[in-house]
Design a protein around this ligand. Structure first.
Ligand code: RIB
Ligand code: CA
Length: 324
């Protein structure tokens, strides 16, 4: 299968959520999967930093043949100051990957998405593991884009549980609610892998430390880059572990059987009120009837086979990091 990963990778920015890079490794190290490209978007970190982090990872993996593009630097609605000031603050954390300025077409992820998808209608699965700014911009610029995708598998939102950035909202949708709204209205084939399932996954620092015993450059980098985030997580929940949100989304794109999916009609809360960025999922048929929804626009994940996911992650990601 062919995938493009749209991502906000922070592994390399100390104190950022490093998890996107595990998801990228999973895509790259799964037999039968071709990663047609990696497109970077604003999110966990500014896209300038995300691009440098992805560039560094691909180099370490010896995979700089994979097309890498930098995309949108700001959310669609620049007046959402709470989101833009979050981003501004993310310029200050220490960067351990070298900053690199993309040249020419390398700075145009949106054109890359449109051109690649339109060149192979019905073949590409887009896995989004960051805010949906690049994707919604591509949809606005090209009316054919949504219909030419095979499907979109998104890490984002919540179906039944509380949010993580606010009580109502999950981070990726909150960081660009207008973009998520455009995607849910696009008519594309959508799967939402939200917090309901992602919060059932964990990675512990000891697992990374074990990989680093091999002394491999990649493993040393992962150890250094993840350590501050494990501390941040421990502060929030008391447990030093991170959730494998984005890796689960990539795994589900490859094998949807890992999760239990329900058809749903999902609407985004795009107001400036306290629930901004919330995904409201009507996966119970009576809810669609009461609210007069015409049908469904997505499948939402409600449960996950954690054991099978862990097996996949251990073999393809931790195995890769440890150099097995
Ligand atoms: O809410 C989880 C999402 O935001 C993930 O994509 C992760 O990278 C994050 O910080
Ligand atoms: Ca992410």
């Amino acid at each position: 299968m062919r995938i493009i990963i749209d991502t906000d990778p922070a592994m390399g920015t100390l104190g950022g959520d490093p998890e996107d890079c595990f998801a990228i490794m999973l895509g790259l190290n799964t037999p039968g999967v071709t990663v047609d490209g990696i497109t970077v978007v604003q999110g966990n970190v500014p896209a300038e930093k995300g691009y440098a982090n992805a560039y560094h990872l691909l180099k370490l993996l010896g995979r700089d043949d994979v097309p890498l593009r930098r995309g949108c630097l700001r959310p669609m609605n620049a007046e959402r100051t709470i989101q833009t000031s979050w981003l501004e603050r993310r310029y200050s954390p220490k960067q351990i990957t070298e900053m690199i300025e993309p040249e020419g077409q390398h700075a145009d992820a949106v054109s890359f998405l449109i051109e690649t998808v339109l060149a192979s209608p019905g073949e590409i699965t887009l896995v989004t593991i960051g805010p949906l700014t690049n994707v919604a911009t591509a949809m606005q610029r090209s009316p054919e884009f949504a219909g030419c995708l095979k499907n979109i598998v998104m890490m984002g939102g919540t179906a039944e549980c509380a949010g993580n950035i606010s009580p109502a909202a999950e981070f990726n949708y909150w960081q660009d609610p207008e973009a998520a709204d455009i995607v849910f209205r696009s008519g594309a084939d959508l799967t939402m892998v939200g917090l309901d399932v992602c919060h059932q996954t964990h990675l512990y620092p000891e697992q990374v430390q074990e990989c680093a015993k091999t002394g491999k450059e990649l493993a040393q980098f992962v150890l250094e880059a993840t350590a501050p985030w494990f501390k941040v997580m421990a502060g929030g929940s008391g447990t030093e572990s991170l959730h494998l949100y984005d890796s689960l989304a990539v795994a589900v794109a490859i094998d949807p059987g890992l999760v239990t999916l329900e058809d749903s009609y999902v609407e985004m809360e795009i107001s400036h009120g306290p629930a901004q960025g919330m995904s409201v999922s009507h996966h119970k048929p009576f809810q669609r009837t009461i609210f007069n929804h015409p049908g469904t626009n997505a499948r939402v994940a409600l449960d996950v086979d954690v054991e099978s996911f862990v097996e996949i992650f251990d073999e393809r990601v931790l195995g890769l990091i440890a150099g097995k």
